[in-house]
Write a protein that binds this ligand. Structure first.
Ligand code: UT7
Length: 308
């Protein structure tokens, strides 16, 4: 039994904030932000938009693409580090907003930027154990409310958005393998209490190392090499981290789905947002092998290999 993605969806708030807009708020330049991170602009949620609202829009699009009824969903996992409130979970709020009344479980997954990979791995376990058949996995964030808008080292990097996938039990291949890791010793390097602070350079070095390691580990276990990968759909934190991972894989950048320039770092939402873009523009095709990887505060990191 496999878990197959049968539909994807995403949502970005209407308002965009460009690097030029940020030049007016903090001591920075478009040039600095773009060359150091690859970011040009990011989306910012409206004052009345909550993480669950972004999640709802992305989920409705994924449900429509999958051609299922909302009530077919028997498990909801929302990966987020910016929930609507401390509790109830954003997944429970989302279940209600979607009108799902079947009593299936719903919970949030907190692994920061690693959240979507963690949530997909967990959903896959539920499906393969026969505990769920149709799972809604969402990555949704409103990080703009966790930023110090006077701290140029962080406020230029992050954005808001949501992405969703519907995973369904299938005899056809889907998720082939996944690998998760965490190392809490490094928890001070990137944290929010409640405002985000980061030792950018240390995170950068750590990210390049562990992403290359986990991708290698996953491919080795699957008896595959970088040459077998059709698309790398990475967490979109920094173009230079993505380029380093692709290079280590021996993968040309024409095999990498990039949204960092337009979305910024949307934490747990970045992979499903990028995935939806590449599915809808026709780049991702049946039978292809897709590799996803992410690293985030904790530290948490992981990778997933999918046959589409
Ligand atoms: O999603 C979870 C994981 N997060 C990440 O993966 C982020 C990882 N880190 C990074 O992406 C990069 O480290 C950054 C983009 C955050 C920073 O790039 P960097 O090349 O590591 O720059 P840096 O931190 O070494 O800063 C270089 C200089 C410093 O000035 P001095 O000390 O050399 O005089 C900073 O004060 O750039 C300065 N600086 C800025 N200048 C203009 C820092 N932020 C800014 C800014 N505009 N916004």
């Amino acid at each position: 039994m496999y878990s197959r993605i049968i539909g994807t969806g995403s949502y970005l708030p209407a308002k965009t904030l460009t690097n030029y807009d940020l030049e007016k708020r903090v001591d920075t330049t478009h040039e600095w932000i773009f060359t150091r991170s690859g970011i040009v602009e990011r989306h910012i949620a409206a004052e009345n938009e909550l993480t669950s609202d972004l999640a709802l829009q992305a989920s409705q699009r994924a449900i429509e693409a999958a051609g299922i009824a909302a009530d077919d969903i028997d498990l909801i996992i929302v990966a987020t580090t910016s929930p609507d409130q401390a509790f109830p979970s954003t997944a429970c709020v989302l279940q209600d907003k979607l009108g799902i009344r079947n009593g299936g479980p719903a919970f949030d997954m907190q692994a920061v930027c690693g959240g979507f990979v963690y949530a997909m791995n967990t959903a896959d376990m539920y499906i393969r154990a026969g505990q769920a058949r149709t799972v809604l996995v969402v990555g949704a964030e409103v990080l703009s409310r966790m930023l110090d808008w006077e701290d140029r080292t962080t406020c230029v990097l992050f954005g808001d958005g949501a992405g969703a996938v519907i995973l369904q039990a299938s005899e056809q291949p889907g998720i082939l393998a996944s690998k998760l890791h965490a190392d809490g010793r490094h928890r001070q390097m990137l944290k929010a209490d409640p405002i985000i602070s980061m030792d950018g350079q240390a995170v950068f070095k750590f990210a390049v190392k562990v992403l290359s390691d986990v991708v290698e580990e996953l491919l080795e276990e699957s008896n595959l090499s970088g040459a077998d990968i059709d698309w790398l759909v990475p967490h979109q934190a920094n173009i230079r981290i993505i380029e380093a991972t692709a290079k280590k894989l021996g993968l040309g950048m024409e095999h990498v789905v990039l949204t960092v320039s337009r979305h910024g770092n949307t934490s747990a939402a970045s992979i499903p947002l990028a995935l939806d873009v590449a599915v809808r523009d026709g780049r991702i095709q049946a039978g292809q092998k897709i590799l996803m990887e992410a690293v985030g505060g904790g530290f948490t990191w992981g990778a997933i290999l999918i046959e589409w």
